[in-house]
Design a protein around this ligand. Structure first.
Ligand code: ADP
Ligand code: ZN
Ligand code: ZN
Length: 750
């Protein structure tokens, strides 16, 4: 408890100047009640604002100002514990964000607006001997009233209606007892449990395979030692990584500690949740963005109160307010959804390791296609590599066939489906099995162009092409969701030669239905899963065999375990390969391996058909051979030659504003500052500065954007130089109307 008289407070105000600690006196009435991590109300300038206590001190820094007092505390309990506050400080340094941004990232979304929900429950007012006598007496005179009392005695907080139903009486009997003063009403906080109505079949630990056993031995060893260690669990698809997680968690819980499991948002499917709830039942809380604000808040409170021991959640669950997490698991650790694209632009994998270091916890990073960042750390010995090379019970990995689309075209086949894909799908349908058709692009066509004048329909606010969505015949921007009706006549030259190019999932679905008339076809992408529960519905129909062909985006690439699927078709492997991003080869390898991994998980072997215009690309060939290591070494050679991460560190700086000329001017000024400081330091790369150049998306929501990338090693030095340069630039008058955003180790260079 606070004995020191002054509190160090960070105020919840968004402005660069107030991103520092202010000192406040702790008033007499709050002495002994305030602790670090608590939310408080403080006077700030002429306002009162919310703030967070970061610590305490004996002598305040006055800087010539009068020291004010904390007005009040908001919660009786601190919201963040000591470790999480330390992690927040680490984030400020690592991601160049403000402390308030870091703290907000740790809170459940909308937590300020949420109030706990109470229901009125009924309880006894008398107990013990007296109650027994009462029940005995009533059994004769008023058996219904006796029945109600017995039900309450048997336990639980019931509402009046529940009580009447359970005791086989009526609400009026309950009311009668309340009137007599034998029963009283109370307010009970309830957990808005999104899974309350679902039951999960209990599962027992499986007998681990020898590979699983070996991996588990290493992990439980670390858990027994209670020292931090990061494991990279590299296991092919279907090798039973989840079972390793489950048994590792059991070991962690037995030590009296808690466990956090992160899964990518899109694979937070009912199937995944079922596996954890099935093993650990009500000890599991689930956190993801589809929960209502109230549900999320309640789950968060359950975690904080220690009433649950395991959290399964998306990215932000890494901040789950457990007192003593012994194990943090990141499934599909290569997934880009672990990186937050808004401030603070943190990566959950890095935060997990930073947090685990403080709490002496084990981290398991699991993947069939580890990120180059993680695998290179394992190669360097910083992470412990664990391998699962075989699929469970000896099933083989699917055979991957590559179709050269150029040859198809020469042979006169211009359809979406190559001959081999048609043939394979037909075979699957004849055998009564199931197929998945994958395309990493939703909508109907990719872009709409006038063949007369070449006009391509673009978003007026962002510089990207609009995508046609059939049905309502609307063109949509996939960045800002701008919409307009698709034109029949070119808005520029008036010709009627409007053509649609490329394919999206919607088109594939339509084509599949046309080609295979008797088959059940369904589509799963962000367009078909906006409604709550729609995701689950589509998967259930697939599981029950009412759908034969499932068409989808990366949403179906991961985590699905459907034994009936024997064929996976990749419509266009090149969509990821052609992105203007140095990770495009890695993305392609990952995507193909993950999608292929959905095939042949049951008793029948799987086949994969990959359609591509680049059949000789090493990403595609190594995915065909299921050879991660060959891919890794080839890709690392390229990264080293071109000086890209993980060979070095990269910070991306975007300068944006409404006036293009001042954006360009600002970018040049900032680049010059960076160039000078790069020249004064040894950054271990031949060219530390890239740009300034227009960002690949050079206009976004009406703002012009230019970017600079700074590369080098060690990362710490690169970050320091960028931080100093940005601070210097922000002080100059040139930047009053310009914004600067920085992204440390960005995953998205668009
Ligand atoms: P991954 O996550 O590595 O792709 P999963 O964890 O989904 O693999 O496991 C694939 C399948 O194998 C699942 O149906 C799982 O229940 C089963 N399985 C895992 N471990 C074992 C085991 N030791 N014995 C039998 N079946 C197992
Ligand atoms: Zn035209
Ligand atoms: Zn747009």
């Amino acid at each position: 408890m606070a004995i020191k008289p002054y509190a160090e407070v960070i105020v919840d105000v968004k402005a660069k100047k107030v991103d520092k600690v202010f000192h406040y006196r702790v008033p007499q009435k709050l002495l002994g009640r305030v602790t670090e991590g608590m939310r408080v109300i403080v006077p700030f300038g002429r306002r009162t604002v919310e703030g967070y206590i970061l610590g305490f001190c004996d002598t305040p820094e006055t800087a010539g100002r009068e020291i004010k007092e904390i007005t009040d505390i908001i919660d009786e309990e601190p919201l963040l514990n000591h470790d999480l506050l330390t992690v927040a400080r680490w984030m400020v340094d690592r991601y160049m964000c403000s402390m308030v941004d870091a703290i907000h990232a740790m809170m459940p979304a909308g937590f300020r607006k949420v109030r706990p929900r109470f229901i009125q429950t009924i309880d006894l007012d008398v107990r013990g001997e007296e109650l027994n006598d009462l029940i005995a007496a009533l059994s004769v005179k008023a058996p219904k009233q006796a029945a109600v009392l017995k039900t309450v005695l048997a336990g639980g907080a019931f509402t009046g209606a529940e009580l009447a139903r359970l005791s086989g009486t009526t609400p009026s009997t309950v009311r009668e007892l309340i009137k007599k003063g034998l029963l009283v009403t109370r307010q009970t906080a309830v957990r808005r449990d999104p899974y309350a109505l679902r039951s999960f079949p209990e599962t027992e630990p499986l007998n681990p395979t020898s590979e699983q056993k070996k991996a588990l031995r290493k992990i439980t060893g670390a858990l027994d030692r209670g020292k931090h260690e990061t494991f990279l669990l590299h296991g092919v698809t279907g090798s039973g990584k989840t079972e390793v997680y489950l048994q590792a968690i059991a070991h962690c819980l037995a030590k009296g500690r808690q466990a956090i499991v992160l899964v990518p948002e899109i694979s937070l499917t009912p199937q995944m949740v079922e596996r954890f709830k099935g093993r650990f039942g009500s000890l599991v809380a689930v956190l993801h963005s589809r929960l209502s604000t109230g549900e999320r808040y309640d789950e968060w409170q359950q975690i904080k109160a220690g009433r649950v021991k395991v959290v399964v959640g998306a990215r932000s669950a890494v901040f789950a307010p457990f007192a003593d997490p012994g194990l943090i698991i990141i499934d599909e650790e290569h997934e880009t959804s672990y990186k937050q694209e808004d401030n603070p632009k943190y990566h959950a994998r890095e935060v997990a390791v930073a947090r685990a270091r403080l709490s002496g916890s084990a981290v398991i990073l699991g993947s069939a296609t580890p990120s180059l960042e993680s695998y290179s750390r394992a190669v360097a010995g910083r992470y412990t590599l664990l391998n699962l090379n075989c699929r469970v019970s000896g099933r083989s990995l699917p055979v991957v066939n590559i179709v050269d689309l150029r040859e198809e075209m020469h042979a006169g086949h211009r359809g979406i489906f190559s001959r081999l894909l048609l043939e394979q799908t037909q075979g699957v349908l004849e055998r009564g099995e199931q197929a998945i058709l994958f395309l990493n692009r939703r909508g109907y066509s990719t872009f709409v162009v006038c063949r007369e004048c070449g006009l391509v329909m673009r978003c007026p606010k962002c510089s990207i092409t609009l995508t046609l969505h059939a049905g309502d015949n609307v063109l949509r921007c996939h960045y800002c969701d701008f919409r307009r009706q698709a034109p029949d006549i070119c808005p520029k030259c008036g010709s009627q030669s409007i053509r649609h190019f490329g394919v999206g999932t919607q088109k594939v679905e339509e084509e599949a239905a046309k080609r295979f008339p008797g088959a059940g076809v369904a589509r799963m992408d962000t367009d078909t899963t906006t409604k709550k529960g729609s995701h689950e519905k589509i998967l259930n129909r697939f599981k029950e065999g009412r759908v034969d062909i499932l068409v989808g985006t990366q949403m179906i690439a991961k985590g699905l375990d459907f034994p009936g699927v024997t064929m996976v078709g990749v419509i266009a492997a090149d969509t990821a390969l052609n992105l203007p991003d140095f990770r495009s080869g890695e993305r392609t390898f990952q995507l193909l391996t993950q999608v292929a991994g959905r095939a042949g998980r049951g008793d029948s072997p799987g086949e994969v058909v990959v359609q591509t215009y680049n059949p000789e690309h090493y990403s595609i060939l190594n995915a065909q051979n299921h050879d991660y290591r060959a891919f890794y070494f080839e890709e690392m050679k390229m990264r080293e030659a071109l000086e890209y991460p993980p060979y070095c560190s990269l910070v991306r700086i975007v300068i944006y504003g409404t006036e293009e000329n001042s954006v360009i001017r600002g970018a040049e000024i900032l680049a010059e500052i960076l160039r000078q400081s790069a020249a004064e330091h040894s950054l271990g790369v031949s060219q530390a500065l890239l740009g300034p150049a227009p960002a690949p998306v050079s206009r976004l929501r009406n703002k012009h954007r230019w970017q600079i990338c700074m590369k080098g090693k060690p990362g710490q030095l690169v970050r320091r130089l960028v931080r100093e340069a940005v601070e210097k630039a922000r002080d100059s008058t040139m930047f009053v109307n310009l914004g600067i955003s920085t992204d440390v180790d960005p995953l998205n260079l668009m």
